[in-house]
Structure formats: C-alpha cells, structure tokens
Design a protein around this ligand. Structure first.
Ligand SMILES: *Cc1c(COP(=O)(O)O)cnc(C)c1O
Length: 399
C-alpha cells in the first residue's frame, strides 16, 4: 500500500506525531487547511447560515449532480426535512431497512408517520427489494434505501418498486458520500438524498447534514422548515435592509453554521483522497482475511463504487457469543471495534410502540449476532492496518 502523508493526530497544532495506542474504528482528522478554513469564518462577521454555507450547498449540488442542496444541522435533521418535504404525516407508512442507525426510522416518527421495517439481503446487508414488496400497504408513501457501510443499494430495483406503487424514493446516504452506482453518483439516485457530517463520517463538520434533490418545491419547503417556517433568512434580510418577516408555517431551528460549513467544505475537497486511502486499507483487509476461516466479509457488487465508510466482518466462530468474545478481546488489545447496528426494530421504543419483535427481519437479526466493524480511517498507517489483521487473527484463533 502507498503510505499516506504523515499526519499529526493533534491536527498540526502540537508539532508532535504520536502513534495510536488505541485505534478507533473511525476518527475525524483536522489538517492545517481545515483549521485555516474555520478560522477565516471566525474572523468574519457572519457565523451562521451565510455565504460559506451557500458555497458549501453549491459544491454539494455540483458534486451530487442535483439541482438543489439544503444544508441542515445533522443527518437526522436532514432525514426529518426529507420526510417533511415528501409530506409524511399521521397514517403514512415509510419502509426502512432494519439494519441501519435508528435515526432513519426515528425521523419518520418525528413526522407523525409509521416506520415499517424491511429485511436486508443476507450477503450485502442492504435493503431487500423482495422484502419491501411484502411490506407495502395502501398506506405506504415512501421507501428508504440505506447505503450500509458505504455500498449503494440496488437503486434500479428500488426505483422500479417506487414507480410501480407510486412511492417516493429516499436515499439515506450517510455512509456513501462519494460512492456511485452504475456510473451514477450517490445523491443522484433517488428522489431525495440525505447526508451526515457527524464527526465520524467521511466529510466531518462535528455535526451537520444535507438534503439534495432535483425537486425545487421540496428544497423550498426544507429551507423554510430548517428556519422556524420563515421563508427569508437573516442574511437575506440584512442584505435587503428589512426587519419584516412572516411565518406561513411552523418549523425548527435546523440551521448549519458557517463555521461548520467551512470545515465541511474543506473536507469535501479531500474526499476522493480519503476514500482511496480507505479503499487501499479495505483491499488489504480483504486479501488478508480471504483465506481465514471463521471470518466472513460482506458481498460487494461489481457495478458500484464503494465509499468505504465501515469495514464490516462477520465472526463465524462456534457458540452464540463468539462475536462478543472477539469484540471484548480486541477492545482490550486497543483495537476500537464496534457493532453497526443492533436492528432498529429490536430497540425498546419500536418493540413497545409498534409491537416489533424477534423474527420480523431474520437476515438482519442473524447478521447482528456476527457483525463487527474494524478500524478504517484515512489517517491509519500500513502498520496500523497490519496490527488490526494480526490482532483479529489472534483473537479468532483463541475464540
Ligand atoms: C450517521 C447516520 C445518520 C444520522 O446522522 P447524524 O448526523 O448523526 O444525525 C442517519 N443514518 C445513518 C445511516 C447514519 O450513519
């Protein structure tokens, strides 16, 4: 593998490079140009929802080949805004995969709608179109594809279902910014796509999110929704010299600051480089683990570009708790493994309010007992990756 340029874990401020003794599954990385970008906003007089945010939105709409991009305060806010734009409300059902972060379903509940969980494909852990069709009712309004780990869903199959049943297609692309499907970039594959800029995501702003779409009417609705329901924002009003505003409907404060937008904008420029480094590490893991018994990998289709947000393996040891044992041993060895995710329908809120239960989504449940996310981030050295492989081998052998 080609080594990355040496990176100061303290973000270029301490002047010392420290090896990691604890290797997390993901970590944010502020390089000098990121810090300079944030400082330039702090030195300006406009800290929130101003010119830098608008530049970031423009770059994202170009990047995603979409007419509209609206920045918001988190990926969860972006999901809430997307469902609001579609018009999800009481009585409406939205089909989401069981294998995702809970926010994908939570935002449906925030709109007053009902999330309905579809199972995932056993090999890719992406939402299974066959399972979707069994969950459609006259109340279904939308389906949500989650590009789990960074691999885009089968959007041709999802779009065919959406067209047949006249549903909106949402892409939760919080893992897959920079990926593509059949040569089309993520962001251009659904009616509306959402991204997160949380600290562990590929483009990190601490917190942040974005909705992209070609629907101008939806984008307008979201711009109001992120700003209490007010159509004009303070920056526009300051330019036109008026205090006057009207509130035609109710909304939230889901605004992203220019400080965060400056950080995200700077990180977006390096996204290609960051993905190729993660691609190299993932490729190294692949070749190292291919001959290893007791460890399985997710299937990656040949017609996609993977964004490598997570590197997920399946621990196939004897005994119900072999993944848990491997998890604890690796954590003890300073390897920051994690589990993404406990299927959402098994969380108390969904069990209690909607009667979800074990057995509803068998593929997601079976995967949950085996999956483990290994460290994967662009600041890792070849030696870090080698250490992960050796530690995993050792623990698998001992389990
Ligand atoms: C991170 C994430 C979200 C939520 O994004 P936040 O910015 O943390 O609110 C939603 N869905 C998926 C799949 C995610 O990974």
């Amino acid at each position: 593998m080609k080594e990355p340029e040496p990176i100061d874990p303290a973000g270029g401020m301490s002047g010392t490079v420290r090896p990691y003794d604890h290797l997390p599954y993901a970590r944010p990385l502020a390089q000098p140009e990121d810090i300079a970008s944030v400082i330039s906003v702090l030195k300006s007089e406009w800290w929130t929802t101003g010119p830098v945010l608008r530049r970031f939105e423009k770059e994202m709409s170009k990047f995603c080949h979409c007419a509209e991009a609206v920045a918001v305060s988190s990926g969860t806010a972006a999901l809430h805004c997307a469902y609001h734009a579609i018009g999800i409300g009481p009585g409406d059902e939205v089909i989401v995969p069981a294998m995702t972060f809970s926010a994908t379903a939570n935002a449906v509940v925030l709109c007053g709608g009902t999330p309905v969980f579809a199972d995932v494909d056993a090999d890719t852990l992406l939402i299974d179109p066959v399972s979707i069709e069994t969950k459609i009712t006259p109340r279904t309004r939308a389906i949500v594809g989650v590009d789990y780990a960074g691999q885009p869903c089968d959007y041709d199959a999802l779009a065919a279902i959406a067209t047949e049943y006249r549903l909106s297609l949402v892409s939760d692309a919080c893992h897959s910014l920079g990926g593509s499907y059949h040569g089309r970039v993520v962001g251009s594959l659904a009616d509306v796509t959402v991204f997160s800029f949380h600290a562990v995501k590929a483009v990190a702003a601490g917190e942040g999110g974005m909705v992209v779409t070609n629907r101008t009417d939806w984008a307008e609705k979201i711009r109001k929704f992120r700003n209490h329901g007010i159509l004009t924002d303070p920056h526009q009003r300051s330019k036109t010299g008026t205090w006057e505003y009207d509130l035609p409907e109710i909304g939230f404060n889901y605004r992203l600051t220019d400080i965060q937008a400056a950080l995200a904008l700077s990180q977006l420029k390096k996204l290609g480089k960051s993905i190729s480094r993660k691609h190299a590490i993932a490729g190294f893991y692949d070749t190292q683990f291919a001959p290893q018994t007791g460890i399985g990998r997710l299937q990656i289709r040949t017609d996609v570009t993977h964004a490598h947000h997570l590197y997920v393996v399946r621990i196939k040891g004897k005994g119900e708790d072999s993944r848990d044992r491997v998890f604890h041993r690796l954590r003890h060895m300073g390897i920051g493994v994690n589990v993404h995710y406990k299927p959402v329908h098994l969380l108390s809120f969904y069990r209690n309010r909607y009667g979800c239960k074990e057995g509803d989504c068998p593929h997601a449940e079976a995967a949950y007992r085996q999956i483990l996310s290994l460290p994967l981030h662009p600041g890792m050295t070849d030696a870090d990756a080698e250490r992960v492989v050796q530690s995993v081998r050792k623990t698998i052998h001992e389990s």
